[in-house]
Design a protein around this ligand. Sequence first.
Ligand code: NAD
Length: 311
Amino acid sequence: MRFLVTGGAGFIGAALANRLAAEGHEVRALDDLSAGDPSRLHADISFTRGDVNDIPKLWTLLQGVECVYHLAARVSVSESMLYPRDYNAVNVGGTVAVLEAMRDAGVRRVVLSSSGAVYGEQATQPLHEDMLPDPRSPYAVSKLAAEGYLRVMGIRWGMETVSLRIFNAYGPGQQLPAAHPPVIPSFLRHALRGGSLVINGDGAQTRDYIYIDDVVTAMIAAATAVGIDRTVINVGSGVETSVNDLITAIGSALGKPLSPLYVRNQDGGVSRMCADLRRAADWLGFTPKIGLAEGLARTVAHDPRFAFAAK
Ligand code: NAD
C-alpha cells in the first residue's frame, strides 16, 4: 500500500513509517521538524518538510495514497495550558486540513493518533471507549475535536476514519525537550545524572505505559481492519502503573535506587488512567506484547542517550 504519515519524523511517526517501509509499503512522511528528526527515517521513505496546514503540499503528497496516518501535532498536556491557540491551530486545524485535502485527492482511509487524555477524570477504571470524555487540557480538547472532525467529515465525504486513543507511549528515540518532557525519558535522564526525580503530588497517580513497538503494531492493524469505520479504539498496555511503581521499575532497569522528591502542592494531572483493551483485541486483533520492565530495559539498551550514560 501507499501511505502518508504526517508527523512522520516524530517519535511514533518515525517508528511507524520505518515499520511500514520494512514491510514493503511505499511511505511518504510529512513533518515541519518543530520537534521531529528526519535522520531517524529509513532511506526508502520519501520525506517532505512542511506544515500540516499547507493544503497544496498535502494535495501533492496525497496523490495515489490509500491511507493517511495523521500524527502531526503539538503533544504536551502541560505546554497546551500555556499555548492553547497553537494547539488548536495545529491539532484541530491541521486535522481539518488533512481531511479536506484527502477529500480532494480521493484518499480512502485516515487513522488519527488521538489520546487517552480525552477521558480525563473518570469514576471507574479501566477506561472504555463508550465513557463520556472529560478532557482536562487544551491538548485533550484538541484531540477530542479532531476525533469529531474525523467522524463527521468521514460521513459527509465518504471516507473511512478511525481514531486510536493512544495512552502513554515510550521507547527509544522519544523526544526529550528541555521544557515539558514526557515522563519516562525525563526520569531516565534525571536518574542517570544522579539528580532527584521531582514528583508532582504523592506519586499515587497512575498511567498506562505502552511500548513503542506495540503502538506501531496496533496502528498498522488499523490501516486494513474491517468494520472499524468511524470508531475510536484504545491503544494501551491495559496495565495501571503508579508513578511510584514507575520509579521502582526505572531503578531496576538502571540497576540503581532512585531518590524521588515529592512536591505535594503541584497538580499531578488526572489521577488514574488505564486502557480497556477489549475493543482493540476484538477489532484490531491487538494485544500488547512488551511489559514495562522489558520495555524500559530495551529503552535503556537501544537509546544512545541512555545506553551511553548507563555504562
Ligand atoms: P512527537 O512530537 O515526536 O511527534 C509529533 C510530530 O509532529 C513531530 O515530529 C513534529 O515535528 C510534528 N509536527 C508538529 N507540528 C507540525 C505541523 N504544524 N506540521 C507538520 N508536522 C508537525 O510526538 P509523538 O509522541 O510521536 O506523538 C505523535 C502523535 O501521537 C501525536 O499526534 C500525539 O498527540 C499522539 N499521541 C502520542 C502519545 C505519546 O505518549 N507519545 C500518546 C497519545 C497520543
